[in-house]
Design a protein. Structure first.
Length: 344
């Protein structure tokens, strides 16, 4: 069992020690009146258990953590009232069918005091659930941030490698150098794009998030520089016409997938040898990158080190809010990523 799971279990056990002791406080066999008291205590305890875990699993994560305080307060009142009423109905039924009709009056007559006991325990359970869930959430987020920082170190190392990747830089500079003799104006344009790419990796990549449009601008310039090496203008298809550039993502989130596509697409005479599509909806960002590949290259659907790091990074950045599918056919290698954005 993981340490974090063991801690959660221990916190729950410690919290319920006192109610369990109180549940068995009264000695058995003390007559019907004593059994009535035990029955009332049992129902009140079970009522508090139900309230506790309704708040712990549903109300706190759904409303208070968001936060949506008004909805949380409304649902809290509704939940505590409903569960308490159910508990009181159970007591009346117990009095009528289990403790004999002659005791109905004593039970119902003391309903006011019993109601206070049930509501008090329900409120205590609700507060306890929120405190414990809040502490666990806080503790989990601290561990998550520490893990994310460690992962960001590894990711930044990969980004640093990309910044000084000799193959990309040398090939681009050589191509621009050749182009200077043929068309100095065009060479100047490409040199400016290379400068923008280096500036992006130096100044934008350390940020936690950037606007999607900046990422798309970077990808566009990266593709333009890669296309210098081919005479086929239709080798790459990049469509982001359905993307809302105002959404935010971590910088260079898609870049490793695109770099992989160019790395393994050796035949640049084929139209749409690389197809890249970025689209958004109100709550999602979808990225799809498909490329032809040389069948002699050892490329697997699991991917190499770069793709493994990207899988880990996505898991840390969007736990439970992303879907990454990597597939390989006899002709194409495809990466499909869908990210569900957090609520604002």
């Amino acid at each position: 069992m993981k340490k974090s799971t063991l801690l959660i279990v221990l916190m729950h056990l410690v919290y319920w020690v006192s109610p369990l002791i109180r549940l068995f406080y009264y000695p058995r066999g003390g007559g019907l009146d004593n059994n009535i008291i035990i029955g009332l205590a049992n129902v009140a305890t079970f009522t508090s258990v139900i309230v506790f875990y309704l708040f712990y699993f549903f109300l706190f994560p759904r409303f208070l953590y968001r936060p949506q305080l008004l909805k949380f307060m409304a649902w809290s009142v509704l939940t505590i009232t409903a569960v308490s009423l159910v508990g009181m109905v159970v007591v009346v039924i117990m009095a009528k069918y289990y403790y004999m009709p002659r005791l109905i009056y004593s039970v119902v007559g003391g309903a006011g005091g019993y109601s206070v006991m049930v509501l008090t325990r329900a409120l205590t359970a609700a507060v306890g659930a929120c405190v414990i869930k809040g502490f666990i959430t806080w503790f989990t987020e601290i561990r998550y941030k520490e893990q994310l920082e460690r992962q960001n170190v590894a990711t930044n190392l990969e980004l640093l490698k990309a910044k000084i990747n000799p193959h990309f830089l040398f090939n681009t500079l050589n191509n621009i150098d050749v182009l200077i003799e043929k068309d100095a104006a065009t060479a100047s344009v490409y040199l400016k794009k290379l400068s923008d790419i280096l500036r992006f990796t130096l100044y934008e990549s350390p940020s936690d998030t950037i606007q999607l449009k900046k990422e798309l601008e970077y990808i566009t310039k990266y593709i333009d520089l890669q296309k210098i090496r081919t005479s086929n203008p239709d080798f790459v298809m990049f469509d982001f016409s359905r993307a809302d550039g105002n959404k935010h993502i971590p910088p260079m989130l898609f870049t490793p997938f695109i770099e992989n596509a160019f790395k393994y697409s050796t035949n640049k005479k084929i139209d749409n040898g690389i197809e890249i599509i970025v689209a958004t909806t109100a709550n999602t960002i979808a990225f799809n990158c498909s490329n032809i590949y040389d069948k002699n290259e050892q490329i697997t659907a699991e991917g190499g080190l770069g793709l493994t790091i990207m899988k880990d990074r996505l898991q840390l950045l969007y736990p439970g809010n992303h879907h990454l599918e990597i597939t390989k056919t006899t002709e194409r290698f495809t990466v499909a990523l869908t990210i569900t954005l957090y609520d604002n």
